[in-house]
Design a protein around this ligand. Structure first.
Ligand code: ADP
Ligand code: TYD
Length: 206
């Protein structure tokens, strides 16, 4: 049985990760491939707790939250039968909306990036993506893809997303052995989807 490929979608909030993951899945399934689409935070125990933290319903310190993302990720990788490793070993192609680069980019806003990378050592040692697709949009585009925010909040959000994007670039530079492709998603969805498909097919065919 040929091991499946693990393809991750990364990017700032609203960059098109879930849209492109879904489009790629549809296209690969239509070709007869066995595809599993998943995301982080997961719907597992740690993931549920994390979603509560993200809505502000928890006062856990940021470093503890970074640890929860790591715990959720290890659960995602190692869960018996349903985990990422089990699925890849069964030959499934796994598409994942966010993985450890999200931790490096977001959680390093509150702790040194080296520390965030270090606490993710288990993931780095047990499952590296065959391809990470970074969907790139200018942080200010986020504002035009959402409608219900005031000017001030919009400005603050843009500044935060600019820092997150910079952190992603720093993380890619810090881990040059990772297979990362930057895909411009500041253009019609169909055009970006073609590039995503071509990049994914190259990896799946290896
Ligand atoms: P994410 O999962 O990264 O948060 P989504 O896939 O939910 O982002 O996309 C956010 C919004 O932007 C959605 O309404 C989606 O339809 C839209 N969108 C995605 N890609 C593009 C694109 N290339 N051009 C315009 N709008 C897009
Ligand atoms: P998500 O629901 O994917 O948000 P969006 O659809 O806006 O992209 O992710 C939830 C948030 O969790 C997002 O702001 C990024 C953050 N996050 C981390 O801080 N660290 C991580 O390791 C992961 C996976 C996500």
């Amino acid at each position: 049985m040929k091991r499946g490929k693990f393809i991750v979608f990364e990017g700032i909030d609203g960059s098109g990760k879930s849209t492109h993951a879904r489009l790629l899945k549809e296209r690969l399934v239509a070709e007869g491939l066995d595809v599993f689409l998943t995301r982080e935070p997961t719907d597992g125990e740690a993931g549920v707790l994390l979603r509560r933290c993200l809505t502000g319903a928890s006062d856990l310190p940021e470093k503890a939250i970074a640890g929860l993302f790591m715990t959720d990720r290890i659960d995602h990788i190692l869960r018996p039968n349903e985990g990422l490793l089990a699925r890849l070993e069964r030959g499934q192609t796994v598409l994942c909306d966010r993985y450890y680069f999200s931790s490096f980019a977001y959680n390093s806003m509150f702790a040194p990036m080296e520390w965030v990378i270090e606490i993710n050592r288990v993931a780095l040692e047990s499952l590296r993506p065959d391809l990470t697709l970074f969907l790139d949009i200018p942080p200010e585009s986020f504002a035009s893809r959402i409608t219900d925010r005031g000017e001030r909040e919009r400005y603050e959000k843009t500044e935060t997303l600019r820092r997150v994007r910079d952190n992603y670039m720093r993380a890619f530079a810090a881990l040059p052995e990772e297979k990362v492709a930057i895909v411009n998603n500041d253009r019609p969805i169909r055009e970006a989807a073609e590039e995503v498909y071509a990049l994914a097919k190259r990896v799946i065919g290896e």
